[in-house]
Design a protein around this ligand. Sequence first.
Ligand SMILES: [Mg+2]
Length: 267
Amino acid sequence: MTLAPDERDLLGRLAPFAEHPGRAVVILDFDGTLAPMVDDPPRAVPLPGTGEVLARLVRCVGRVAVVSGRPAAFLADVLPVDGLTIFGQYGVERLEGAAVVTDPRARAWADAVAAAAEEAQATLPDLFVERKDGIAATLHWRRAPHLEAQAVTLGRRLATTHGLRLEPGRLALELRPPMGIDKGSATRTLVVGAHAALVAGDDHGDLAAYAALSHVVAERRLAHGLRVAVRSAEAPAELLRQADHAVDGPAGLLTLLAVLADVLESP
Ligand SMILES: [Mg+2]
């Protein structure tokens, strides 16, 4: 088989994962990374074949994790893969067996999040306000793009008024408790003791995971880090600039993950 230069590069980058597969970690975002973006967020599903490839990886590597802003129960529902580690709401929620375990610090912010969500919906009724198990609220303007400027102004005001943290998303803004939990803290937790780790994402929130990975490599607590960007017309330039490797959309990532499984399964 003749490989294009890109593919040869990729195989070189995946080789460290085969050195100690039991100490290899794969950390994946969900929306825009495993699942194509959709107008109606509750309807997002992973690309066909994703579960099978993740199940192969679960058998080969030390840990496969999905870290997303989505609630853990949603992720468990759309990704029913035995042995998959699920961090919902960036790690505020974790799936343990069939149970969702929530960081108890989030409880103190439930009233502020509910009040912000209610105020957002009352102020801009055409905005889709996603309430995430009382832990966060997301303002989506994908179905009402003309509301973007007003939604951003509103999000900033609500964050200040209610003491919440504002996180940019793809045609969305999320109001979250200021608990210092993001994809960076999740990544640092997940790579403890690892030899090689891959993080893949498509958006601003994934930059924290990139930074955490770079940090643990610089501190020599991780031998190899691979930052994968999932390209789209909406991908932030900074994500593509910082990535070690870029793929085209969730389909490109699924191919990369299948190649990784092939590499690890080959005798
Ligand atoms: Mg995403």
